[in-house]
Ligand binder design. Structure first.
Ligand SMILES: Nc1ncnc2c1ncn2[C@@H]1O[C@H](COP(=O)(O)OP(=O)(O)OP(=O)(O)O)[C@@H](O)[C@H]1O
Length: 358
């Protein structure tokens, strides 16, 4: 926790999901998730629609009682095993996707909403301070409709931070914003979150957002935890094809290991792995496209070309396989048909056969 946060009397909590199971009606939607958010870190719950991210958030906040497992805050069970601590006693702040501001209330009244337990004067003081923290001092008397999307987001953030939660949870906090605003609002929000010192859990389906904000990412699929680690871990060492394809566009191709060599349609490399068929994945951006032959490069034919401004997408036929490459625009001459492709050995991700798709 940083000094500013300590001075403000805020403590960050450790939040642990332990073998959590949950479902709706007769359908299981969370199966045996064990996951910890460490004090003061930003943890992103990442996954496609329906993977159970919001359900985990709702369980942590106390809006759902898990069907199995336990939820612990700083080692104390707050849900499961016969325990249930009500939401308002958990020290958890929630910020919703649509900001959920009250349109008929002023900015300061919106921010003070979660401070009803304090005397009136203290409420105003804490709300003003929260607005100052998000850079909105002077906005107290305005109404939500008078603010831009980015400003509304910051009011919602101030409201979530005002009670000094030990854990702050945000469900798709940037999805309502204009694409051009998002980068700046994300950067500003991250700085404010860091300064608050709280443990932060952000739900998102956007891998770029998770990579840019998280200390750690928990990747979910169909209600199960697929992999957790730093953004770098997940990007460079995905354990499954699902994880690899979630972070970047990839080519999936067959390969075979024989006597310490891996043979693929994109070339061969030394490998320490038992003999047998494997599946390989190569990111579109890791395919180098050359106009002339070099040592180890493989002949390819361009079958499609799409100009995207700063980059180009190429469709290629290589040894009977269709592959895609993303290259910098202007690197390849107009009208090129026959080219050569090469891939650095460290850019070839190898997975067991049959596919590790889950
Ligand atoms: N109140 C509910 N009643 C019935 N089913 C629900 C309810 N809430 C969620 N579900 C189902 O549970 C599964 C997980 O939903 P959840 O909202 O947790 O996923 P998510 O990863 O947050 O998805 P999204 O990104 O679309 O919000 C989905 O199949 C969803 O349809």
């Amino acid at each position: 926790m940083n000094v500013a946060a300590r001075q403000m009397g805020q403590t960050a909590a450790r939040l642990r999901f332990e073998n959590i199971r949950h479902g709706y009606d007769h359908r299981d939607v969370i199966s045996d998730v064990t996951l910890e958010a460490h004090p003061g870190e930003v943890l992103c719950l990442l996954g496609p629609s329906g993977s159970g991210k919001s359900t985990l958030l709702r369980i942590a906040a106390g809006l759902e009682m898990p069907r199995g497992g336990r939820l612990l805050i700083d080692g104390a069970t707050v849900a499961g095993a016969g325990a249930f601590l009500p939401p308002e006693k958990r020290g958890i702040g929630l910020m919703f996707q649509d900001f959920a501001l009250f349109p008929h209330m002023t900015v300061i009244a919106n921010v003070a909403f979660g401070l009803a337990h304090l005397p009136k004067l203290k409420q105003v003081e804490a709300a003003r301070e929260a607005l100052f923290r998000v850079g909105l001092a002077g906005y107290e008397g305005k109404y939500p409709h008078m603010l831009s999307g980015g400003e509304q987001q910051r009011v919602a953030l101030a409201r979530a931070l005002a009670p000094r939660p030990a854990v702050l949870m945000m469900d798709e906090p940037f999805s309502g914003l204009d694409a051009r605003l998002k980068d700046q609002v994300r950067a500003d929000t991250l700085a404010i979150l860091r300064e608050s010192g709280a443990t932060v859990i952000i739900v998102t389906h956007d891998p770029e957002e998770a990579m840019g904000m998280a200390d750690r990412i928990a990747l979910l699929k169909d209600g199960a935890l697929v992999q957790q680690g730093t953004p770098h871990d997940l990007f460079v060492h995905p354990e499954t094809l699902f994880a690899a394809s979630f972070f970047s566009e990839i080519n999936i191709l067959p390969g075979v290991v024989e006597g310490g060599s891996l043979m693929t349609p994109l070339g061969a490399m030394a490998i320490s792995r038992p003999d047998g068929p494997v599946t390989i994945a190569v990111r579109h951006s890791d395919i180098r496209v050359l106009s002339h032959q070099t040592d180890g490069a493989i002949a390819a034919e361009i079958t499609g070309r799409r100009y995207l401004g700063t980059a180009e997408h190429l469709d290629l036929q290589v040894d009977g396989h269709h592959i895609r490459a993303r290259i910098g625009a202007g690197l390849l001459q107009k009208g090129a048909v026959r080219v050569f492709v090469e891939v650095a050995p460290q850019s070839i991700l190898v997975f067991e056969n049959p596919d590790q798709t889950s």
